[in-house]
Design a binder for this molecule. Structure first.
Ligand code: ARG
Length: 459
């Protein structure tokens, strides 16, 4: 255990078990680069304001640069006897520079320091995650474009509903991911605000130039209330919320593909390299990867609920409860990064089985809506067309026939308006052709959507 930075007023050393319990170094070591960068900007500003000398600042800056390099090379190990990454860096600095390094914490508290570090970390994570989402969008667009001609049943209640293009189904996920990216990127407005200068909670007596620090560290503005700045973790919660919605989307995509890869559906073949087998059943090829993505959604939701709960009862301002934000945040970042990368690779290698899909479009009476629309075009009201089409479906079910297998005479028995053109009308491909409305599953509409998506994800 190293000497505590706050040891002055204590009569005895901290209990060892308590020390381990209290420490965050085991997980906040990840913030070393942000912590050092923040300290360097703070140091330059202290010198510019005449709070420390230029010579002292130069020595501190050199030492911090060295510390960063040594950590990166593995020469300086972030070890457990330190309380957190902030005290670790400060100790390392003092070891290198002696009393000069003791000046770095002037006009600063770990409370505004940790808020700064986490904001910088989240800012980078948003950029990385947004790039990964874009890669997944591109993969979706790629598979959609490659399989543009495949028709499958669209489902509601997991019951066959109407024919759709597989590409249209896939592009639905493109839209979800587009919103995900927007959500992450929009959050930057609220992340990119400098808390440093708030000190412990009340601001500081020193004449800091907060704007200078903000500019150096790439922040858009400085926080307006020191008490809010040190006790705010909204931006972490928002990140985990955006991640939760993203995971919900990945989970639904996984679930769709799990169903499609089942023997009963057989729409999609997953690459062997992305599946696993069974220790007892030799024939098995299981979609574990997709199941894991679906499963990991739970832990990201857990992180969200955990942090919302941590924050809900805290009196202003900083409380140690807030140290719990980091594991939830880091675990979320790691989980979504892994899931995004795996599912993007998998999508690049799936193959679709047009025959199984086609067969499925012939079962399930998915042309019934189109039959009703046909009757409307022949002059019926939609309500009675719906009723008539329903009766025709029931009639066909009773005779174990598909709609296209009924004779014209049988059709005419239900509505004299029905003509021989009904058979062409009842082909799933015709149903697709009739739906070129914006946002519809018509081939032209979907091609337009794909082209728009390509433009949106170019660069
Ligand atoms: N490790 C602490 C955290 O993550 C840093 C802030 C400590 N501040 C304090 N007043 N004890 O929240």
């Amino acid at each position: 255990m190293t000497k505590k930075v706050w040891g002055g007023r204590f009569r005895e050393n901290i209990n060892e078990t308590v020390d381990a319990f209290n420490s965050s170094i085991g997980f906040d070591g990840r913030l070393y680069a942000q912590d050092i960068e923040g300290s360097m900007a703070h140091c330059r500003m202290l010198a510019k304001q005449g709070i420390i000398s230029d010579d002292d600042a130069a020595r501190i800056l050199d030492a911090l640069t060295e510390i960063k390099r040594e950590i990166e090379r593995g020469e300086l190990r972030i070890t457990d006897e330190h309380e957190d990454i902030h005290t670790f860096v400060e100790k390392a600095l003092i070891e290198k520079t002696g009393a000069v390094g003791e000046k770095i914490h002037t006009a600063r508290s770990r409370n505004d320091q940790v808020a700064l570090d986490v904001r910088m970390y989240v800012r980078e994570a948003v950029e990385r995650v947004s790039g990964m989402i874009k890669e997944l969008q591109k993969a979706l667009v790629g598979v959609a474009g490659k399989n543009i001609e495949l028709i499958m049943p669209g489902y509601t209640h997991l019951q066959p509903a109407q024919p759709v293009l597989l590409a249209h189904h896939l592009m639905a996920y493109y839209e979800m991911l587009k919103r995900d990216r927007q959500r992450f990127e929009d959050s930057i407005k609220r992340v990119n605000i400098l808390p440093l200068g708030s000190a412990a909670l009340a601001g500081t007596t020193f004449n800091l130039d907060r704007e200078m620090v903000a500019k150096e560290l790439g922040f858009d503005s400085v926080s307006m209330n020191s008490m809010d700045a040190v006790s705010d973790r909204d931006f972490v919660i928002e990140f985990i919320f955006a991640s939760s919605v993203l995971m919900m989307h990945l989970s639904r995509l996984s679930e769709d593909m799990i169903i499609w890869s089942s023997m009963e559906f057989g729409y999609v073949a997953l690459p062997d390299a992305f599946c696993t087998g069974s220790s007892i059943m030799p024939q098995k090829k299981n979609p574990d990867i997709l199941e894991l993505i679906r499963g990991k959604t739970g832990r990201v939701y857990g992180n969200l609920i955990s942090l919302l709960t941590v924050m809900k009862g805290l009196p202003l301002t900083y409380n140690k409860d807030m140290q719990e934000d980091k594991e939830a945040l880091f675990d979320t970042i790691d989980t979504i990064s892994q899931c995004l990368s795996v599912i993007t690779m998998l999508l690049g290698r799936v193959t679709f089985n047009g025959d199984s899909m086609k067969k499925a479009t012939q079962d399930g009476y998915i042309m019934a809506t189109d039959l009703a629309d046909y009757l409307v075009n022949k002059g019926m009201t939609f309500r009675s067309a719906h009723e008539t089409a329903g009766k025709i479906v029931l009639y066909a079910i009773d005779r174990k026939k598909h709609l296209e297998e009924l004779s014209l005479e049988e059709y005419k028995g239900f509505a004299v308006q029905i003509d021989s053109d009904v058979f062409k009308w009842l082909e799933p491909a015709s149903a697709i052709k009739r739906r070129n409305i914006t946002g519809g599953t018509g081939s032209e509409a979907v091609e337009k959507a794909i082209n728009r998506a390509k433009k949106e994800t170019a660069s």
